[in-house]
Design a binder for this molecule. Structure first.
Ligand code: HEC
Length: 171
């Protein structure tokens, strides 16, 4: 009991000191320097826009290519590996539908029915029609439809040009 009340007083003391004169003075100083800082920041922002305006398009397209490959590696490749390679890669016991999905050349060539992936054209891509389960004889993967958000990821990948870092030729 005794120990508890001493602790309590100490705590209140501490709070008083922190929220006292020091704290308020500090806030004033910060508010003052904030005005100057935001002025400087504004000038810098305008200068930055002016300087980088000319080179931004190039930087952006390099950036987004890297981002698209990154998207492929994180969101698309794992799906192909887990749900398609078993039947559509060199590792398959028997390649199905004459379709490989494990290289850039294979994606471009497609299967018995032609290109599976048409970069930029989601609806023309047989791969998308197959995973949407809208093609009667080609519902892929055959054992169960992929989740909707996974299908959306693959659609986005193709819409954005189907960029990938697969080997040029199937291994
Ligand atoms: C269990 C084996 C199996 C798995 C797994 C599988 N497929 Fe297939 N796939 C087939 C078979 C079999 C065919 C050929 C059907 C036919 O010709 O009647 C085919 C055909 C296709 C075709 C049409 C090829 C063409 O031009 O005729 C596409 C596109 C396709 N699959 C995409 C996929 C995608 C994408 C995945 C993964 C999401 C996948 N498949 C997973 C067995 C599989």
């Amino acid at each position: 009991m005794n120990r508890l009340s001493v602790d309590g007083v100490d705590g209140v003391d501490g709070v008083d000191r922190v929220s006292g004169v020091d704290g308020v003075a500090g806030v004033d100083r910060i508010a003052g320097s904030n005005r100057v800082a935001s002025c400087v920041r504004w000038v810098l922002a305008v200068a930055t826009l002016a300087v980088f305006g000319a080179v931004t398009p190039r930087v952006q397209s390099e950036d987004s290519d890297a981002a698209k490959i990154d998207f492929f590696r994180k969101k698309v490749e794992p799906v192909l590996k887990e749900h398609c390679f078993e039947c559509h890669s060199r590792k398959a016991d028997e390649v199905k539908g004459d379709l490989l999905l494990d290289s850039q050349a294979a994606l471009a060539k497609g299967g018995a029915n032609g290109p599976a992936v048409v970069p930029g054209d989601v609806d023309a891509s047989f791969l998308i029609r197959a995973i949407r389960y809208t093609e009667d004889d080609y519902k892929m993967p055959p054992r169960g439809k992929l989740d909707d958000d996974v299908i959306r990821d693959l659609e986005k990948w193709i819409k954005d040009g189907a960029k990938n870092n697969l080997p040029k030729e199937s291994p």
